[in-house]
Design a protein around this ligand. Structure first.
Ligand SMILES: *Cc1c(COP(=O)(O)O)cnc(C)c1O
Length: 966
């Protein structure tokens, strides 16, 4: 055909997104199918997915869009949001993300596509970033220890409440919450408390605390209205009755204020959002959690600790808490898995970039402008509620309240109405002198404001003293070298790059983590996240300013409902684990509404992810474990027996589909039937939805509720351990029990339902990622993605099965979207463990598959649809080479305690060491395959000693000179 005669339609399809998202092309697919002995993809799917659960109708997601069209459509939607200047405060503030951090971290796949640093030897960069975050939090809060992030301030407060209960011998179940804590925090606390059986007493801590016997107290510092009180008196009163005190603190104010640690707090929590992380209509942001040393073993979330590697060099890794859920399960201290690593890194870098002097300048400027604002208003006779303040003042505006509020809106300014007769104003890093003038004129009106519309130098010079010296901090903060070295942009850029270069992310190679679905996070999907129309909106902005968001949220919900076969969806949960919690909450509320509050037994198969039992116990449920059979399926006889035994008390079952063993259980509908028969509900963990979309669905299978890990199946990147989103889908009968929100209600129909997150739509600003993904893929693409995920997994399984035992397969010998290879026989016979294989893979430039979950001693491989055949083959080559190395150990050619596997990973320090007493060459150590000479990633530390680190828990930054000894 001549160039001139080609059909236009064909030419237009050239740059379809589907083929960019899906790794293998047509030729690759045919080759892979041939290797599997089938002719077509349809044939493979027929062999793999049980006929009984196959959808009868195709999805109705519409046609796939081009990247240009999808972004243009979303931009139009975004334009319906109104970006007003917000002074709403309540834990969310405007901030300036330093551009060097914006582009090189938030918008940089080297940072955002990394995984949680479970494999520390190739994660030292982000581990150092997170350690900086911990050090910064410890300094600012005055505490001994901090974790590397929780999901938001409200859930951090709830976690602190349960920590107080666990760590306190008092018999009482009452917890005191100061009435001037942010209202959304009180909402979330109340939700959590109900099923723990805690009584929440909300009151004035200065007057009411003594009247109650409580196990803990929560204070806000400064309060939600901006007041700085003498919290040390409350802390002392709490101590007298042996209650613990949690202080929810504003991170910027801590730069100037006496630290809660110094004032005697036991736990300090809060949000690090205003350290350079956009408000994003609610998130994602990192919450912090800091405690006393004596509480370190019961702190929730991930803690980065210092340990050493086999060369005795300092090296970082996640400390014991991290592995806690998988070990302690229903006895775990918390269900947190995915946290907010990327945002914690950003906040830490904000402090690194500004340093103690820069931060003081910022905090002082905010405070000075607040003082000037207050002075002007005071001079005009406006009464202020709080004498002491950092950046927030609350005014007694009486019958002028509504008029002022409306004047502000007319000038595109959001002020906070507190009740009917007060207005609260929170300034921030972006506030200028002109803004203060505008606020004067808004509040005073043109009549009174006239004199204040020009900058009054005398007023500015005087200001007002908002923080008496008794409340000012005198100790030094951020003295560690890392906070004092990288203040020029050049230095900062190089520091960020230097850290990034230590880590393996999807920019290097496939990350075949079973259950985690590390697929492509396309650039087009990421672009809208930092559009101001999405990123600069306060979560409590009036609804008529967020029309674009509502439209996007609704369309995304509709699409997700279509793919899951449910009837309703809540966007609120910030992670899979939070989704589990919200889903179980809906189940419990449903039972209660039907007069079945006593139903509290939760059946969980032994193969379940650790968050499942941990979430169930947060609802006060009794977890009963159901056995799995030799094929890894739920043992139906055991299930039936237990469902019957607990028939009166059965609340629900939590299952994962395809199972965590990576097979489509044939009996899944029977499981649903049995549980329903005994009055239970079915929670289907949606982490493996990547193996369902378009072929089957949880709703179709018969489940009642599921969470979806948008950071797995729907392309939100893992961020090195968060952010994530875990919306839940439910059948109609559970829809009335979805979470609402006390400050900014989601839906009138949800009435007084409690919140599970600080913001009504969770981390709303990353939802456009999933929106764009679905828009780009459409019905055809979403279905193909699932099919090719299955193809890729089966291809790997087929290629590796001659070399490693594959643990579980479905009835036709096929696996679902992932497979488990069993290293236990090899370990028993030859002494090489799954960990040795995982570490040796680093020498090939690969991140290990999921290790020892769900079966100890195994590796679970999930390639996803985004990896090409060439990449799969590289990984397969690496695995086969490793198997050959194992054979050499077996044959006695290499000693069991001196071979490339047990010595892995190999570093530059190893091969430049003058001494080399190993039975293999330096070249074999670092270039076991030829292509590595072109494509080498150097692990920066040798194998890290976990046990040493756990015994000697150090979670603060080491001094730089001890740090860089290499
Ligand atoms: C990832 C995962 C979870 C937890 O999700 P988070 O978002 O990390 O909280 C739960 N169940 C399974 C099977 C998972 O793979």
């Amino acid at each position: 055909m001549t160039v001139d005669k080609q059909p236009l339609q064909q030419l237009e399809q050239n740059d379809a997104f589907i083929q960019r998202h899906i790794g293998p092309d047509q030729i690759d697919k045919q080759a892979m199918l041939a290797a599997l002995g089938v002719d077509t993809l349809a044939q493979l799917i027929d062999q793999t997915v049980p006929q009984s659960i196959r959808l009868k109708q195709p999805l109705t997601l519409g046609d796939s869009m081009t990247e240009q069209d999808a972004l243009a459509t979303l931009k139009k939607m975004a334009a319906k949001n109104k970006v007003f200047k917000s002074y709403l405060g309540m834990g969310y503030h405007n901030t300036i993300t330093p551009n060097v951090i914006l582009r090189n971290v938030l918008e940089n796949p080297g940072w955002y596509t990394a995984y949680t640093p479970y494999q520390p030897e190739i994660s030292q960069g982000r581990l150092e970033g997170l350690l900086n975050f911990q050090q910064m939090i410890m300094d600012l809060t005055g505490m001994d220890l901090a974790n590397a992030s929780l999901l938001d301030e409200a859930t951090a407060a709830a976690e602190a409440m349960t920590l107080c209960k666990r760590s306190n011998r008092k018999k009482t179940n009452s917890f005191f919450v100061a009435e001037d804590v942010h209202p959304q925090t009180i909402d979330v606390i109340k939700t959590r408390a109900e099923y723990f059986g805690f009584d929440i007493v909300v009151g004035n801590p200065y007057q009411d605390l003594a009247k109650h016997e409580v196990f803990g107290v929560l204070l806000q510092y400064p309060t939600t209205e901006g007041d700085i009180g003498d919290i040390s008196t409350v802390i002392q009163a709490a101590q007298q009755q042996k209650a613990m005190t949690v202080v929810a603190a504003d991170i910027m104010s801590l730069v100037l204020l006496k630290s809660p640690g110094e004032l005697g707090a036991d736990v300090v929590i809060g949000s690090a959002q205003r350290f350079g992380v956009p408000m994003g209509y609610g998130g994602p942001h990192a919450a912090f959690f800091a405690t006393r040393d004596k509480l370190k073993r019961s702190t929730p979330g991930r803690i980065i600790g210092v340990s050493k590697d086999t060369r005795g060099q300092l090296a970082l890794r996640m400390a014991m808490q991290t592995r806690e859920q998988h070990i302690r399960r229903e006895k775990a201290t918390s269900n947190i898995c995915t946290a907010q690593a990327l945002l914690a890194n950003m906040a830490g870098f904000y402090a690194v970039y500004h340093g103690p002097v820069g931060l003081k300048t910022i905090a002082t400027r905010i405070h000075r402008l607040t003082g000037i604002l207050a002075a002007g208003l005071e001079a005009k006779g406006v009464e202020r509620v709080n004498k002491q303040y950092f950046d927030t003042i609350t005014l007694k505006t009486a019958d002028q309240t509504e008029a002022i509020y409306q004047r502000a809106l007319a000038e595109q300014v959001n002020l906070r109405k507190v009740g009917e007769d007060k207005i609260s104003i929170a300034l921030d890093e972006t506030t200028t002198a002109e803004d203060v003038q505008q606020l004067w004129s808004i509040i005073l009106g043109t009549d009174h404001g006239q004199q204040l519309t020009v900058w009054d130098q005398q007023l500015a010079d005087q200001g007002l003293a908002g923080i008496t010296s008794a409340y000012q901090r005198s100790d030094a903060i951020l003295t560690h070298p890392v906070f004092n070295q990288h203040h020029s942009e050049t230095e900062m850029l190089r520091y960020l790059k230097q850290l990034e270069n230590k880590d393996i992310s999807l920019t290097h190679s496939m990350i075949p983590l079973g259950s985690c679905t590390m697929k492509l996070n396309a650039t087009a999907e990421m672009i809208p996240v930092t559009w101001p129309e999405f990123s600069q909106i306060h979560p409590f902005a009036p609804k008529d300013q967020t029309v674009g968001y509502q439209e996007m949220l609704q369309q995304l919900a509709d699409w997700l409902i279509e793919m899951t076969g449910y009837d309703a969806l809540s966007h609120q949960p910030n992670s899979g684990a939070q989704g589990e919690y919200a889903g179980l909450l809906a189940i419990s509320a449903y039972h209660k509404a039907n007069g079945n509050a006593h139903r509290n037994v939760c059946l969980i198969p032994s193969s379940a992810h650790g968050t499942n039992p941990a979430s169930a116990s947060m609802l006060g449920m009794d977890v009963v474990i159901v056995d799995c059979d030799d094929n890894g399926n739920v043992d139906l006889a055991d299930l039936a027996a237990k469902a019957e035994k607990y028939a009166d008390k059965l609340s629900c079952i939590m299952i994962t589909y395809p199972s965590t063993h990576g097979v489509y259980e044939e009996g899944v509908q029977e499981i649903c039937r049995i549980v329903h028969q005994y009055g239970g509900q079915v929670y289907l963990d949606g982490a493996n939805l990547n193996a369902q979309v378009g072929l089957t669905s949880p709703g179709f299978i018969g489940a009642d509720v599921s969470h979806l890990n948008l950071h797995k199946t729907f392309c939100i990147p893992h961020g090195g351990g968060g952010p994530g989103m875990g919306p839940i889908g439910v059948k109609a009968h559970l829809a009335p029990y979805l979470p609402n929100h006390a400050v900014n209600p989601v839906d009138e129909a949800l009435g007084n339902n409690g919140a599970v997150s600080a913001a009504p739509f969770g981390s709303a600003s990353i939802l456009p990622i999933s929106w764009v993904y679905i828009a780009l893929m459409g019905t055809e693409g979403m279905c193909q993605a699932t099919e090719v995920a299955i193809l890729n997994a089966n291809y790997i399984t087929e290629q590796l099965s001659a070399h490693y035992p594959v643990l579980y397969r479905g009835s036709n010998g096929r696996v679902a979207h992932e497979c488990i290879i069993d290293l236990r026989p090899i370990k028993a016979e030859i002494g090489i463990s799954e960990e040795d294989v995982a570490k040796r893979l680093m020498d090939f430039g690969f991140h290990a598959p999921t290790m020892s979950f769900p079966v100890p001693g195994t590796l679970m491989i999930e390639p996803t649809e985004s990896e090409s055949k060439a990449e799969l083959d590289r990984f397969i080559d690496a695995m086969i080479t490793i198997r050959q190395e194992i054979n050499k150990v077996a044959a006695g050619e290499w000693q069991a305690d001196n071979n490339p596997l047990v010595n892995a990973p190999h570093t530059l320090a190893d091969i430049t060491d003058a001494e080399w007493n190993r039975p293999y060459s330096r070249e074999e150590a670092v270039f076991p395959l030829n292509w590595l000479k072109q494509q080498k990633v150097w692990p920066t530390t040798n194998r890290i000693d976990n046990v040493y680190g756990d015994r000697n828990l150090v979670c603060s930054c080491p001094a730089t000179d001890t740090y860089r000894t290499e």
